[in-house]
Design a protein around this ligand. Structure first.
Ligand code: ADP
Length: 499
């Protein structure tokens, strides 16, 4: 296969920039595609060429595979990187890219198809000796039998949609009397959300950790793993804090999980970067949950502890090259923590809080990496995921990485929207997190908004709002409006006050 000379990145925001940066380091030209809402976005400015592909809604832009392929062909790109989300796990898109004579920087359509269905994934993985959560093997067709099995595995149980994703399509059943009602709800939700009513049953692990393994495979059958990421701090079954390595795995369990992950990947002839997710119980028994056939949001923590640029290797293997890494050469060095900075308000159950970034100053310094796609004065569009940035810190050990994270969170200046930063600071300081002894119920167990230390932001926002109103009022009188960002700067002493 020829070496890739120009990559179109079929995505936006931080991940589009992330991919383009590595491409540039490799001497590969880049093409951005963008929606009308993203005209001034950083990924558009960073790319060598950029093409608007449609209006703001993603169904009319970032999900228009046909338009994206057409742009790639017209501009002479030879490969497409899908990032995460949007078309990244769409087997039809991956197939269409290949049929258009282009390289899809990701796995084969067949691998995406198998792992896109939780049931098909479990079936493929069951050829190998991979631990699974006790439950039904296939989609439930016989309710009486399903009830019987649920009784055998023991309540509480979880009814899951085979086509589910993003933390949606799951129902807990606490006791047998609730079985029928929850089953009806689960099926109707699965039909309305995913267009597929197939559901199955899993034992509900009451105190689980979410630990996943990064894998990388080439087109010649070589597959390696790059250790684990712990992602148990979640809200709405979605991750918000991640770290690598996990604070609780022993070297033996790590190795066993790594081996299992490689086998899951082998079960669908996987190549490219992928993630095998496991759920781990209190006794550190691990069970296969699902495989994500793309680059994950939280991939930087793995990059920091292994020194491997995952995007670079994705590009190499997409070119058909054999893996340039061997399992025995990989080792964990240091510790990395990532927090997702969402434009969400932790005080209102993490409701999105999009708007304009009046102040936006990134933290810097030793061991700090910020992957973002915004600048001061920019608007966070309502049409997409409200993630502003990923803040990642790296230290010699876990304690140092956490200390750096607290320092970096305190340096991060964001006003105009509420963010998850104060919540993430709460996590970093919490003794359960510090001890490593926490599970996916961290938020439910420990977090209430009153636990957030009063940040200067709250005062700042009030003052900024008052000031903006006054300036606007004066401006209206003089018919001259201030430039965005100017007015809040006038009260910067509020920001400098420490909590
Ligand atoms: P999705 O595809 O929607 O992300 P997953 O199967 O990956 O669904 O599960 C998402 C999260 O739901 C997990 O990280 C975990 O917090 C919870 N979860 C999933 N399966 C179980 C289970 N059997 N027992 C307890 N919690 C579970």
């Amino acid at each position: 296969m020829p070496d890739i000379k120009k990559i179109l990145v079929a995505n936006r925001g931080e991940i589009a920039l992330r991919v383009m940066r590595t491409a540039r380091e490799m001497g590969i030209a880049t093409v951005a595609v963008y929606s009308e809402a993203d005209r001034h976005a950083l990924h558009v400015r960073y790319a060598d060429e950029a093409v608007c592909i449609g209006p703001a809604p993603s169904s009319e832009s970032y999900l228009r595979g046909d338009k994206i392929i057409e742009v790639a062909q017209r501009l002479g790109a030879d490969a497409i990187h899908p990032g995460y989300g949007f078309l990244s796990e769409n087997a039809g898109f991956s197939r269409a890219v290949r049929e258009a004579g282009l390289i899809f920087i990701g796995p084969s359509p067949e691998s995406i198809e198998v792992m896109g269905s939780k049931l098909a994934a479990k079936k493929a993985a069951s050829q190998y000796n991979i631990p699974m959560v006790p439950g039904t093997e296939g989609a439930i067709t016989d309710r009486a039998e399903a009830k019987l099995i649920s009784g055998e595995i023991g309540y509480p149980i979880l009814i899951k949609a085979s086509a589910g994703g993003g933390g949606k399509g799951m129902r807990i059943v606490e006791k047998p009397e609730d079985f029928d009602e929850q089953m009806d709800r689960a099926v109707s939700e699965a039909v309305s959300s995913f267009g597929d009513g197939s559901v199955f049953i899993e034992k509900y692990i009451t105190s689980p950790k979410h630990i996943e393994i990064q894998v990388l495979g080439d087109q010649h059958g070589n597959i390696i793993h790059l250790f684990e990421r712990e992602c148990s701090v979640q809200r709405r079954h979605q991750k918000v804090v991640e770290e690598a390595p996990s604070a609780v795995l022993t070297p033996e369990i790590r190795e066993a999980m790594g081996r299992s992950a490689v086998e899951v990947a082998r079960s669908c002839q996987y190549y490219g970067a992928g993630t095998v997710e496991f759920i781990v119980d209190e006794a550190l028994n691990f069970y296969f949950l699902e495989m994500n056939t793309r680059l994950q949001v939280e991939h930087p923590v793995t990059e920091l502890i292994t020194g491997v640029d995952l995007v670079k290797h994705m590009i190499y293997v997409a070119e058909g090259k054999p893996l340039a890494l061997r399992q025995e050469d990989l080792a964990i060095k240091g510790h990395a923590v990532e927090v997702r900075v969402y434009a969400e308000d932790p005080a209102t159950n993490f409701l999105p809080d999009v708007g304009t970034l009046h102040t936006y100053v990134r933290p810097q310094g030793n061991g700090v990496r910020v992957d973002d796609g915004f600048e001061q004065g920019m608007e966070i569009p309502i049409h997409y995921d409200p993630m502003i940035a990923k803040l990642i810190t790296y230290g010699q050990d876990r304690e140092e990485a956490i200390q750096k994270m607290i320092r970096a969170i305190d340096e991060y200046q964001i006003t105009g929207v509420q963010t998850t930063l104060p919540f993430c600071r709460f996590v970093m300081e919490h003794e359960a997190f510090r001890s490593g002894n926490f599970d996916t119920h961290f938020v439910a167990k420990y977090f209430t908004p009153d636990k957030l230390s009063p940040t200067p932001d709250a005062d700042y926002r009030q003052v900024a709002a008052l000031l903006t109103a006054r300036v606007l009022e004066q401006g209206r009188k003089r018919a001259a409006l201030p430039t965005p960002g100017e007015a809040p700067g006038a009260v910067s002493k509020w920001r400098n006050r420490k909590n």
